[in-house]
Design a protein around this ligand. Structure first.
Ligand SMILES: Cc1ncc(COP(=O)(O)O)c(C=O)c1O
Length: 369
């Protein structure tokens, strides 16, 4: 049987090693691994979420296809009407859903690399063409490039991550206003927004409550980073009213499982825990930033998220990543793609993880390479 060409042309699958396999390969117990490579929340879920999962009663019943209880809680949390909210199995599921409902094969979207890889991955999967408008050297958007590309290619949609993964920069308000004035759908991915404004849990910077006032703005958020629920897969989005009926009829009916929505709801009920862990991570980010700035071979970029991107000079960045894993059990992310050559990204961990990392980093110097 002949598979569609856009599917056979996908890059080969590279399996991500689960924690246990990794721990066996590195010959370290899982708690001896310092995992700073995937922007997870090292504090994990709220004790209330843990207790709610332990007491889960209706695991044998299919979940509510409309995630009503969760959307009602999210409406209060985000200041956005529940009618404009949709929950998903992570923001990832919603990115794929947007492709499937809003785009046809052959349509064009804009992407602004370096950025989160799922936008281009899902584009390839859905046979949608991507025009890249690379970010500038400081990772800000090339607005003129975007405006020209809108005129030239009539793309249907643009993905913007704010704060952007992997550098952590926020999209400035005036830039967003310019984008909103263009005739295309803006998907603003705010997976890390809570780390930009810890006190308000993101509210002071988030655009989510503005979604119902616009026809061309989608905002995506997640519980993975804020609430330590990455393993349970639960995210949500705010969508313009005209798109909601299509989303409802297109999504998988049971996309958010009972455990995920129970944990998400309990997390929202424990706002003090969320506020405290986010504030702790932001304080730790600042400490890590100050320490990284002192390391001669690293050049960290300012970040509003729970990770810090660094350019590496005078050392082989790939070797540094491999060495940290093998010799110290510390996992970081290394990038080898265009615009990010010789860059590493370090997720913000607990203070003891920062200490371990800094000790390991201090054992390298440019001169002894
Ligand atoms: C920018 C961005 N958006 C979305 C996600 C995925 O979120 P979720 O875990 O909710 O699928 C990530 C995960 O790393 C991310 O970096």
């Amino acid at each position: 049987m002949q598979l569609p060409a856009h599917i056979t042309n996908l890059p080969p699958y590279i399996p991500i090693e689960p924690f246990e396999v990794l721990s066996a390969r590195l010959e370290r117990e899982p708690d001896e691994i310092c995992k700073l490579d995937a922007n997870e929340n090292p504090y994990g879920m709220s004790p209330r979420a843990r207790a709610a999962l332990a007491n889960l009663t209706y695991g044998h019943i299919y979940p509510d296809p409309e995630s009503r209880a969760l959307r009602t809680a999210l409406a209060e949390f985000t200041g956005t009407p529940a009618d404009n909210l949709l929950a998903g199995a992570g923001a990832d599921e919603l990115i794929d859903l947007i492709f499937r409902v809003a785009l046809s094969p052959g349509d064009i979207i804009l992407n602004c690399p370096p950025t989160f890889g799922m936008y281009s991955f899902d584009a390839a999967l859905n046979n949608v063409k991507v025009i890249d408008i690379p970010r500038k050297k400081d990772f800000s958007l090339d607005l003129d490039g975007i405006i020209n590309a809108v005129e030239k290619y009539s793309p249907k949609l643009i993905f913007i991550s704010s704060p952007n993964n992997p550098d952590g920069s926020l999209l400035p308000q005036p830039d967003l206003q310019k984008l909103l004035a263009l005739s295309l759908l803006i998907v603003l991915d705010e997976a890390y927004i809570e780390f930009a404004a810890p006190e308000s849990l993101g509210k002071t910077h988030s655009q989510i409550s503005d979604v119902p006032n616009r026809d061309n703005l989608i905002v995506l958020r997640t519980f993975s980073k804020l609430a330590g629920l990455a393993g349970l897969r639960v995210g949500y989005g705010a969508f313009p009213s005209w798109l909601m009926p299509t989303l409802w009829k297109s999504k998988q009916p049971y996309n958010v499982n009972v455990a995920a929505s129970t944990a998400a709801l309990a997390s929202l009920e424990d706002r003090p825990y969320l506020r405290k862990t986010v504030a702790t991570l932001v304080a730790e980010r600042e400490r890590l930033m100050a320490a990284l700035q002192e390391i001669t071979y690293l050049h960290p970029y300012p970040s509003s998220a729970n990770f810090i991107l660094c350019r590496v000079t005078g050392l082989d960045a790939a070797q540094l990543k491999a060495d940290l894993a093998q010799k110290h059990g510390i996992l970081i992310r290394y990038f080898d793609k265009s615009g990010l050559k010789d860059h590493i990204r370090i997720s913000v961990g607990k203070p003891e993880q920062t200490d371990l990392l800094l000790k390991a980093l201090s054992s390298y110097s440019v001169s002894n390479q």
